[in-house]
Design a protein around this ligand. Structure first.
Ligand SMILES: Cc1ncc(COP(=O)(O)O)c(C=O)c1O
Length: 382
């Protein structure tokens, strides 16, 4: 049996599968089990920001695995201490503490609990097309994927993104927090308007409502700065991180301001803050800083956009791009083009039915991007 057949037989399958078996990666390239190579503009859905098999990260993981692989949160730990300090150092100004967990959805779960605890309130205003995860709390804040799983948490409402009047109308006395992505990822790669984000910040301050910013996809250099919040001068009370944080090792984090007071026993996680993931995260952030990956992402993203716009095929409705978070909205369904791209040796994602989404490793070179552009133009021309 092939590996695909084994997965077909034994997996509790919840993913729309593509018919290749990936077995190896290096930088922005991955290989399948027949030896065919692909430029990987999926990066594990925005995870492999420092590239596949990054030697610095691999070394840190291997050394940590041989030193201390687990350490419960009831003890202090050297690597965890260094990561916490690093996270707070790089975070937007008012964020002074971090809770460590294992995934994006878990960081949103924690954010919801922390906001309820800090505010004594239980309502949340979220954005239409917003995506925050698949577990029951995070799903309650998510616009799609919810209908078969209701009842979810009560008190979650949805307003159109980038519409401050609607948000103003939805925030009330019982609102604990507003929950937003600075660039909606799964919702189609839709950046917030800067004026909207400033108005959101002002509204939250005026009504004494917490601001939870979900940077699970945008965080850690993806949009051309360490956090997308920096583009909007945002000072969130809670910022959620995951995806790129562990360099491929599962890890999430919730960064909090002094408005959120930790209380012993209010939350916890067996694996959260384990030294293996912390070592991977430290090496990942060090690599990002040493190689100025934010600047590189901005330059490469702008280069891509300039080149692509110059020859934009007729079936493209709009290109939306911020750093190396790229959405190509088509006038028709994206799936056939994603499959054609795969044939051509480029892996890409969708973001809704008509959007081709590119989230390549931030280490991607100009030559590799040139190949991606020429393959895109080729498949979109046919
Ligand atoms: C903005 C955002 N929030 C939350 C999540 C959920 O993260 P995870 O899949 O790690 O649970 C994602 C995942 O795509 C995301 O893009």
């Amino acid at each position: 049996m092939s590996y695909a057949d084994i997965e077909k037989q034994y997996a509790f399958e919840v993913y729309p599968k593509r018919d290749i078996t990936l077995v190896r990666g290096e930088g922005a390239t991955v290989w399948d089990d027949t030896g065919k190579s692909y430029i990987d503009c999926t990066a594990g859905v925005g995870v492999a920001s420092v590239g596949h098999a990054n030697p610095q990260v691999a070394r840190a993981i291997s050394e940590q695995a041989e030193t201390l692989i687990t350490c419960a949160g009831i003890f202090y730990n050297d690597v965890r201490a260094r990561l916490l300090e690093k996270l707070v150092t790089i975070a937007p100004a008012d964020l002074t503490r971090a809770f460590l967990c294992n995934s994006g959805t878990e960081s949103m779960e924690a954010a919801i609990k922390f906001a309820r605890h800090a505010s004594g309130k239980s309502e949340f205003v979220c954005a239409m097309r917003g995506f925050h995860g698949r577990t029951m709390g995070a799903l309650s804040a998510t616009f799609k994927y919810r209908d078969k799983f209701e009842p979810l948490l009560p008190g979650f409402s949805f307003v159109p993104f980038n519409n401050i009047d609607k948000l103003r109308g939805a925030v009330g006395d019982a609102t604990a927090a507003v929950v937003l992505e600075p660039v909606q990822g799964e919702g189609g790669v839709r950046p917030a308007d800067p004026e909207y984000m400033s108005a959101v910040q002002a509204l939250c301050a005026e009504r004494d409502v917490l601001l939870i910013v979900d940077e699970i996809q945008t965080g850690l250099c993806r949009t051309g700065s360490m956090f997308a919040s920096e583009h909007f001068d945002l000072s969130p009370d809670i910022l959620c991180l995951a995806k790129a944080l562990g360099g491929g090792v599962p890890m999430g984090a919730v960064l909090t301001s002094e408005r959120i007071t930790p209380v012993v026993g209010m939350h916890g996680s067996t694996f959260g803050g384990n030294p293996l993931a912390c070592a991977a995260a430290l090496a990942t952030i060090d690599y990002m800083q040493e190689h100025k990956l934010g600047d590189h992402a901005r330059e490469m993203g702008d280069y891509f956009a300039d080149q692509f716009r110059a020859k934009q095929p007729a079936r493209v409705r709009e290109l939306r791009q911020i750093g190396l978070m790229i959405g190509i909205e088509l006038k028709e369904k994206a799936t056939p083009y994603l499959m054609a791209l795969m044939e051509e040796g480029v892996l890409a994602l969708s973001a809704g039915p008509t959007v081709i989404r590119l989230l390549p490793p931030l280490t991607i070179s100009r030559d590799e991007l040139d190949t991606v552009i020429s393959k895109l133009l080729k498949v979109l021309a046919t």
